[in-house]
Design a binder for this molecule. Structure first.
Ligand SMILES: *Cc1c(COP(=O)(O)O)cnc(C)c1O
Length: 398
């Protein structure tokens, strides 16, 4: 099945019996029993598949998990699966802790990572003895050297970096990580499985913030880890004890959102390309970052990974001569584009990385990674592209 079909069908309509609901209901029961007690005993003992307790799993979560795994090319039929978690951050933490369990407590990370992911590593995991090293994953020689000298227990990267949209050579990174016996975790929130499916390129774990494109409506917080085989068994065993799972109401909302995800994402990518083209011609715009740029420093990797002419829906740009108050005034002039945090929603949103996502990053690190005071990040929505352009145009002035 193609992704537009599986987004609508995977996971649903599983209920046996005379009535089959067309969508999966919200199962709120905290525990389950069976007509014969021996059956519950077998479920507890993993001899039979079934539900026993709400912290382990429930039919609503299972439906969403099958759906997300299928989108990432890891359907249960191929030995794959997913765990839906209460947030994207929790999904990252669960993936990291599971793969470091019997390995060197060292994480080799891409230099440009989501802000909270850096804090998770530095402020939460480091105090527990988990060491972190950051390196530019777009520099293959630097990555190879770091693997060699640091000997990581696992490798962590994002398919597309935030907010400057750098793209590393995913399959090369995966091959080198595999050779070093370090599992590769890929945060695929920005690219989404419509554009890139990291497991197909050799990643071991894919992590998502469901909060973003997959749910897509800015009304649910959630995360997911997708993996295969023993790794899935380990994640689930950990989850049964720690209890990070997403609530059934949120699972329902996420699943409802995902049915239209490929449609929305396609539209968002096309809108983003149109907006990037407009921004490139505007005299007040100094520089535009978008993955369709023929002079993009990672052009070769982008061509390898992205197909169908879809390059994602994030566009970043620098506004000529603006300092922080100038950027704030520009954002305050927006009439339709929403100047809020987050991304991937149906509405277009703008964020100022300098004071928002990268607020706690040192000025030196910002300088080194190219985050400038006049940079804004646009998460392009599904509106009519002409209306988005018109709003940006009036806010930019001439
Ligand atoms: C939002 C986001 C996260 C964290 O997800 P939450 O659902 O907010 O916990 C992780 N990685 C990326 C790339 C994100 O955009």
């Amino acid at each position: 099945m193609k992704i537009h079909t599986s987004a609508v069908h995977a996971g649903d309509r599983k209920q046996p019996g005379r009535h089959i609901p067309v969508t999966t209901p919200i199962h709120t029961a905290a525990s389950y029993f069976y007509a014969e007690s021996v059956m519950l005993d077998k479920v507890f003992g993993h001899e039979e598949a079934g539900y026993a307790y709400g912290r382990y799993d429930n039919p609503t979560n299972a439906a969403l998990e099958e759906l997300v795994a299928t989108l990432e090319g890891a359907s249960p039929a191929n030995g794959g699966g997913a765990l839906a978690t209460a947030s994207g951050m929790l999904a990252l933490q669960a993936a990291l802790l599971t793969c470091l369990a019997e390995r060197r407590r060292k994480v080799l990370c891409a230099e440009a990572l989501y802000g909270a992911t850096v804090k998770l590593l530095m402020n939460v995991l480091e105090p527990y003895g988990i060491e972190t090293r950051f390196v530019d994953f777009c520099d293959e020689a630097a990555f190879a050297k770091a693997i060699e000298s640091f000997q990581p227990g696992c490798v962590l990267m994002e398919t597309v970096s935030n907010p400057l949209l750098r793209v590393a050579d995913l399959s090369r990174i995966a091959a080198m990580a595999r050779e070093a016996n370090a599992p590769l975790i890929v945060d695929n929130t920005f690219a989404t499985p419509l554009l890139v499916r990291p497991l197909e390129h050799g990643a071991d774990y894919v992590v998502h913030s469901l909060t973003k494109y997959l749910s897509g409506h800015g009304d649910v917080l959630g995360g997911a880890i997708v993996t295969t085989g023993d790794k899935l068994t380990e994640i689930r065993a950990m989850s049964r004890v720690v209890g990070p799972i997403l609530g059934p109401f949120e699972c329902y909302l996420a699943m409802r959102g995902i049915k239209t995800f490929p449609l929305r994402m396609e539209r968002q990518c096309r809108n983003a390309a149109a907006i990037a083209a407009f921004l490139r011609t505007h005299p007040s715009v100094e520089r535009v970052y978008y993955l369709d740029d023929p002079r993009h420093p990672d052009r070769h990797n982008i061509e390898k990974l992205f197909s169908d002419g879809l390059y994602g829906a994030m566009v970043s740009f620098e506004v000529r001569g603006l300092d922080q108050p100038g950027v704030f005034a520009f954002m305050d002039r927006l009439k339709m584009v929403v100047p809020a945090t987050s991304l991937g929603d149906v509405h277009t949103m703008m964020l100022h990385p300098w004071t928002a996502s990268h607020r706690d990053v040192s000025p030196r690190h910002k300088e080194r990674t190219g985050i400038r005071e006049n940079l804004v990040r646009l998460s392009v929505g599904i509106e009519d592209p002409g209306d988005i352009v018109a709003d940006l145009e009036q806010a930019l002035g001439s």
